[in-house]
Design a protein around this ligand. Structure first.
Ligand code: PHE
Length: 471
């Protein structure tokens, strides 16, 4: 039995604060910006169902596994994996998992900060009354106008990145612990207000129908009419990969963010219970966002598959039409920025913790170094929506933003998660995992073990290899 480790970076002050911080990491642009638009692009209900199944059968057990590894190792993901490899006398190649996570987090942060910058710009736009009484067309034109000016988008991206660096430099436990305590509940309440507004629209049930009634044929069969006029349909695994990737993205899994937060978790807290709370909060926020957005889409005759601009083209219509909309709109985008902020910091925390541990860097220097690198790469995403949006600048029909998003969410996170599951399920000894989970060999542990050893890795592998065309 190894000595119990403790983290040099400090610890969350309580189990509750750990849950808040992890919810802060999980709830972000993924729930409110990404979930609605990928649901719109992938045909609705059936996609949502696959996403929920992925959350339950893959997200939950892998989150337990990731927190478990973090708390056992009590260091940055790179050093945690190194220590666990020694404890278990496993092959050193497993340490690559920590490295992969650091790189993935950095790639995600680069574009995450750009989109968070959009939200930041929209705080001021809402406050200025620009949405008051505006039609769907003017709102869409405002958004297009905003995106087509790279310098201002770059400025918002820069401001958001500086905000992220400041918090990470001070240590994740500082101001953010307190901020998250009331901001997350406030965001939740505001989403309820928006759903209330959506209920008053004629298209509320159409919106719910789109979200919750699965039509598998529409989502998983792509049909084309051939030259001879015959309709030919073929199965496509792509929406499944997007749903799987999003389950990882939205729960902050597969890249060490939850692992590094787990490394600051108090020893006596139950990992399984914390996981259920985090997953429930994250899923509720995503579904509420969908329930607010799709009724607006349908009642204004908008395109559900509008892509990354979806929330910026729909919610302002609601704010422009409802009483007190200027206030609610400003507050909403402000809370969205906070949600994004508390996620962004967890994206570079693994890298920063490692630079502090291994290179004796000060937190401040480490945060600035990572932030500046991610900022530079972020310029590619800024330009993906204007100067570099043309086909001549695309690779496989994807812009730089699309490529980064595809590579991280659909490939790197699922692969990271797969290896986390395999390590926790197969490499780590049962006595070590039972000890860290504070569980006996009962139903709970057996179920987790079955999921993490067989079910989640198999599901990830099948969806993954299917979508990239290997099976
Ligand atoms: N979970 C965050 C969101 O949904 C994004 C994120 C992904 C954060 C991976 C950390 C790690 O917005």
């Amino acid at each position: 039995m190894t000595e119990k480790r403790s983290s040099i970076h400090g610890q969350w002050s309580s189990r509750f604060i750990f849950i808040l911080a992890a919810v802060g990491s999980a709830v972000g642009l993924g729930n409110i910006w990404k979930f609605p638009y990928i649901t719109g692009e992938n045909g609705g209900g059936a996609f949502v169902l696959v996403y929920l199944v992925c959350i339950a059968l893959i997200g939950v057990p892998i989150m337990i596994a990731e927190i478990l590894l973090g708390r056992r190792g009590r260091q940055s993901p790179i050093n945690t994996m190194r220590s666990l490899v020694q404890d278990e006398q496993a092959h050193p190649a497993w340490s690559l998992l920590g490295w992969g996570g650091v790189i993935t987090g950095f790639l995600i942060l680069s574009y995450y900060s750009v989109i968070a910058g959009w939200a930041l710009a929209y705080v001021f736009r809402a406050a200025s009354g620009a949405f008051n009484g505006a039609t769907a067309e003017t709102i869409a034109a405002q958004f297009d106008g905003f995106l087509s000016a790279p310098l201002s988008v770059l400025a918002w991206h820069s401001i958001f990145m500086v905000m992220t660096m400041v918090v990470v430099a001070r240590g994740v436990r500082g101001g953010l612990e307190k901020a998250v305590t009331f901001l997350m509940p406030a965001l939740f309440v505001l989403l309820l207000v928006l759903v209330g507004y959506a209920m008053s629209l004629g298209a509320f049930s159409e919106g719910l129908d789109f979200l919750f009634s699965p039509n598998f044929e529409k989502v998983f069969y792509h049909c084309e009419v051939t030259a001879a006029g015959v309709e030919q349909c073929r199965f496509t695994g792509e929406p499944m990969l997007v749903a799987l990737g999003h389950a990882f993205f939205t729960l902050s899994l597969g890249m060490g963010a939850i692992m590094v937060y787990g490394s600051y978790m108090p020893a006596n807290a139950s990992i399984a219970r914390a996981t259920f709370a985090i997953v429930a909060a994250d899923t509720a926020v995503a579904l509420l966002a969908g329930m607010a957005i799709f009724p607006i889409v349908f009642s204004n005759g908008l395109e559900a598959a509008a892509g990354p601009g979806l929330i910026f083209q729909t919610l302002p219509i609601a704010f422009g039409a409802m009483p007190g909309g200027q206030f609610f709109g400003t507050l909403f985008f402000l809370l969205l920025v906070f949600a994004a902020w508390s996620s962004a910091i967890s994206l570079i925390e693994p890298a920063v913790a490692w630079l502090v541990e291994n290179h004796g860097m000060k937190r401040v220097s480490a945060a600035v170094l990572m932030g500046v690198l991610a900022w530079i790469l972020g310029i590619g995403t800024v330009l993906s929506f204007n100067l570099l949006s043309g086909e001549e600048f695309q690779l496989f029909g994807k812009t730089i933003f699309d490529l980064l998003d595809y590579l991280t969410a659909n490939i790197l996170l699922p692969l990271g998660g797969l290896f986390i599951a395999l390590f926790a399920g197969w490499i780590m000894s049962r006595s070590a995992s039972m000890d860290e989970l504070r569980m006996r060999d009962g139903m709970g542990y057996k179920t987790w073990s079955l999921l993490v050893r067989y079910i989640s890795p198999l599901l990830v592998a099948i969806v993954f290899f299917n979508a990239i065309g290997i099976i």
